[in-house]
Write a protein that binds this ligand. Sequence first.
Ligand code: PGA
Length: 242
Amino acid sequence: MDIRIFDTAGDVAEALARRIALALADDPATVLGLPTGQTPVATYAELRRLHAAGEADFSRASTFNIDEFAGVGASDPGSFRSFMDRHLFDAVNVRVERIHFLNGAASDLDAECDRYEAAIERAGGLDIQLLGIGANGHIGFNEPAGELVARTHRVTLTESTRRDNAALWGGDAARVPREALTMGVGTMLKAAALILIATGERKAQCVERTVHGPVTPRLPASFLQLHRHVEVYLDREAASRL
Ligand code: PGA
C-alpha cells in the first residue's frame, strides 16, 4: 500500500482532489467509484472548487457510487444519490447519463444488483475506486462478519450503521432504512486502483488494522491488502497508530 500522510483533513482533501483532477486530465473518460459519508465531503468541496477554476473536467467521466439505501428513490433527500447531487454532481460537469447509481426503489433488488455489476463491466470496469472506512473497518455497507459477499448485494444494516447515517434522515436513526444495496468487496477489488481516505483519531485503530493486521472478513477493509494498487490518504490523526 502506498500510504500518504498529511497534516490536516483539509490537506488530505486538497491532495486527493488534485490527484483526481490529474487523473481526469490524463484520461478524460476515467470511470470513478465514489463513496458517501462525512470523510469525502471536503474532497468533493475541493473538486467543486477545482472545477469552477477550470482545473477539473468531468465532461467525459463516468461515476458509479458504492451503495444506496433500499426502498428509497433517487429524489428522496435521504438517499445517497441526493447526497452526491448536493456535494458534487450538481456543481460539476459530469453528464447525468454517466452517473450510475444502485436504484434502491427497484422492484427486484437482487436483479438490480446484477444489473449494476453488468453496468460496471460494460463501462470497462472502475479505473479509480475511492473509499471511506467505518470505524469498525467496514467499506461500503460490507460490515464485519464471518463471511463476505464478493459481488453487489443486499444487506441488512446494523443498528450502529443506521445511527451513523441518521444525519441524512433528520437526525432520526429510526427513519434510516433497514436495508441497503452495496458493491461487494470483490466488486471494489476489480478496480484498477483503490484510494482509501481516512481522517481523524476515531479511524486510527481500524487504519492500523487495515494496513498491518491479518486479512479477515471481521475487518472488510483488510482485503485491500490483496490489491496491487492501493493508495491510502490519511491525516496525522488517522495515521497516529501506524
Ligand atoms: P464517514 O463514514 O466518512 O462518515 O466516517 C465512512 C464509512 O462509514 O464508510
